[in-house]
Design a protein around this ligand. Structure first.
Ligand SMILES: Nc1ncnc2c1ncn2[C@@H]1O[C@H](COP(=O)(O)OP(=O)(O)O)[C@@H](O)[C@H]1O
Ligand SMILES: [Mg+2]
Length: 357
């Protein structure tokens, strides 16, 4: 695998300036009681995020995502290593860093007994902003987040999707150019998730924000992120665009179905250009290849010439699931684990705390 884990030149090569610069970060949580083992939550992580990127920090539960984002947003001090946000060290100048960023955690932080608008005004006040310019900003963000008509309703009357959007609006109220999102769509149904990401794209477009987000939804990261770092058990196992990561594991899979009892097609498939491996199960063949679409007519023709009747050919593109399996040697979700979909409406849904030794 040649995709550079945390290659420090990745962003610079792309011509962006670096907004987040992480160098060999480590976080060890002390043992909870004598005799227990400490937890190495983040184990030497390095990466950079360029301005204007939507950067996905992707990994299963317990991988170290929240710990990393907590360090980057100054909520936690790392055990070792450095992180800079806009060139400012998070460890030595936390207050300066905090002013630069907006933060949306998976847990709802809004006051239920206040309106959306009031929650936003309070947050603006915490950053020292008040007066008519804040009123304007709040109204603008409410409209942008499709909360214009409910901004004066109490938060306790909001749906799950509205709450997540309000979190986003609250996180943006002091006009940060860098937004940290920790599993912001946890608890939303697929439609709510898709909607939420539309707003993120809007924010990037209209406000030019850089987005650092964690998620354990692989499909979500695939569709949304410009670049992804895949983290597993505290270590980054790959960094790249979703396409680079998927191409890196060797491309497409062709499924070729032939007539029952036909002659063996394998000797014809194996020598074809772009073919990496062929496996057979009864009357169907799986062909790992770099060039799925171009291969189809060649396969059909070769089979025809050999008198083998082809019943169907499909191309499957690799998914990030396969990338993860290939990189880590284990499946993204443990056997029997189902995606945690919490529909209680915004309050995050408890246990994302996975492996504890
Ligand atoms: N406050 C804490 N004290 C001790 N261990 C923790 C604490 N927070 C997280 N951990 C452990 O650190 C590891 C990484 O956790 P976390 O960063 O929350 O992962 P993720 O956000 O990817 O699910 C897990 O094994 C988790 O149990
Ligand atoms: Mg987490």
């Amino acid at each position: 695998m040649t995709v550079g884990a945390g290659n420090p030149r990745t962003s610079a090569e792309g011509g962006h300036d670096v907004v987040i610069d992480v160098d060999n970060l480590r976080m060890i949580y002390p043992a909870p009681k004598p005799g227990a083992l400490p937890t190495v939550a983040v184990d030497g992580v390095s990466f950079q995020v360029g301005r204007g990127e939507i950067f996905g920090f992707l990994g299963p539960n317990g991988a170290g995502k929240t710990t990393t984002i907590s360090i980057l947003t100054t909520l936690l001090q790392p055990t070792a290593g450095h992180a800079r946000v806009e060139g400012i060290d998070v460890g030595t100048r936390p207050n300066d860093v905090r002013r630069k960023l907006g933060l949306v955690f998976q847990r709802s932080t809004a006051d239920e007994e206040l309106t959306g608008r009031e929650n936003m005004a309070i947050q603006a006040g915490l950053y020292g902003h008040s007066g008519t310019s804040v009123d304007r900003r709040v109204t603008e963000l409410l409209v942008q987040m499709d909360l214009g008509s409910v901004g004066d309703r109490l938060v306790k009357t909001y749906s799950g999707g509205m709450r997540r959007r309000l979190e986003l609006a609250v996180g943006m109220v002091h006009d940060p150019k860098l937004l940290f999102l920790d599993e912001p769509t946890l608890g939303l149904d697929p439609q709510g998730r898709a909607g939420f990401w539309r707003y993120i794209r809007t924010l990037r477009g209209s406000e030019g924000v850089t987005v650092f987000m964690t998620t354990h939804y692989l499909d979500e990261a695939d569709q949304l992120c410009d670049r992804i770092a895949v983290i597993d058990r505290g270590k980054i196992v790959a960094t790249g665009t979703p396409k680079e990561l998927k191409d890196g594991i060797g491309g497409d899979t062709l499924e070729v179905a032939v007539a029952p009892g036909a002659a063996d097609l394998s000797p014809l498939l194996t020598p074809m250009p772009g073919v990496k491996a062929v496996s057979r199960r009864e009357d169907s063949y799986r062909v790992k290849c770099t060039n799925g679409e171009q291969l189809i007519p060649k396969v059909v023709l070769a089979a025809e010439q050999a008198g083998i009747s082809v019943r169907g050919v499909t191309v499957a593109k690799p998914t990030l699931d396969e990338v993860f399996l290939e990189l880590t040697g284990h499946a993204y979700r443990e056997e029997g684990e189902s995606p945690k979909e919490d529909r209680s409406g915004g309050n995050g849904g408890g246990s994302d705390q996975g492996r504890r030794p």
